[in-house]
Write a protein that binds this ligand. Structure first.
Ligand code: 6PG
Length: 258
């Protein structure tokens, strides 16, 4: 299936379209009598997805059956859950505090308590236990939301870091020298096992990174987001016009103006 690019007129339209896109995917999953597993949704960190999470929290009751959704985090900073930099805290404030979702369905990265390797291993065990669908023995997450950094990182797969090389682990602690910190992140094999991978990109600041992602020669050490190609899943770019600028579209994508 060809990669999809949905171009929205501005950031707010992008957030609304992204919410509608997710409601549609979750709704179809939950309406399918053949599907007995909850919809697993891995959330992106950073600032771009916050408005989407707010819009999800404002949905009418029942638009999404949160009892049948598992919330995961695609990456986390090595900080306590109440720290200003915590992706969990960002989601708690923009979504979790405003919806009725069973606590057991909310699966953040465990606090590392100073040992991110242990936290990564613990999270990998949680994913293997709670995400029951498999793709070639890997947990098959229904939807992984991703952002894109200006350095073409995604999740916490940063240029020149160890996690880029990971071929078997699902979650690793990844030392990021440029941030002077260690992150906990999904690996490319786990992301690529997903049913749907969705980039959510807004603003002209993302334009160069997207152009590199699409058009630069394959060099994942430099441009880690180039590692992301779902093996048997869909890849969708939900963007606004400012991101698109005048980037030529790859032949491999199907574009929709929203
Ligand atoms: C994080 C994210 C990271 C983010 C990009 C884009 O923990 O920061 O997972 O990969 O998605 O850096 O961040 P913005 O949306 O803030 O531009």
């Amino acid at each position: 299936m060809r990669d999809q690019v949905h171009v929205c007129k501005d950031a707010e339209s992008l957030a609304v379209h992204s919410r509608n896109w997710l409601v549609d995917r979750v709704g179809r999953h939950q309406a399918d009598p053949e599907i007995k597993t909850p919809f697993s949704l891995a959330l992106a960190g950073g600032s771009t997805p916050m408005r989407l999470y707010e819009l999800l929290s404002e949905l009418p009751v029942g638009a999404i059956d949160w009892n049948r959704v598992l919330l995961l985090w695609g990456d986390e900073r090595n900080v306590p859950a109440d720290h200003a930099d915590s992706n969990y805290r960002m989601v708690k404030e923009s979504l979790l505090d405003r919806i009725a979702i069973p606590a057991e369905n909310v699966l953040p990265v465990p606090e590392s308590g100073g040992n991110p390797q242990d936290a990564a291993e613990a999270y990998e065990r949680v994913l293997r236990e709670r995400v029951q669908v498999r793709h070639r023995k890997l947990p098959r997450i229904d939807c992984v939301l991703l952002g894109l950094g200006n350095d073409v990182h995604t999740a916490s797969l940063f240029p020149g870091t160890q996690a880029i090389e990971e071929k078997s682990r699902l979650v690793v602690a990844n030392e990021v020298p440029k941030l002077k910190s260690t992150r906990i992140t999904f690996t490319a094999p786990l992301i690529n096992a997903a049913r749907n991978v969705v980039y959510l990109l807004s603003g002209a600041g993302k334009s160069e990174a997207l152009s590199i992602l699409w058009h630069a020669p394959f060099s994942p050490e430099q441009f880690p987001a180039q590692l992301i190609h779902p093996v048997e899943g869909t890849l969708t770019f939900l963007v606004d016009k400012d991101v698109m600028g005048d980037i030529p579209l790859p032949e491999t994508v199907m574009v929709q103006l929203i």
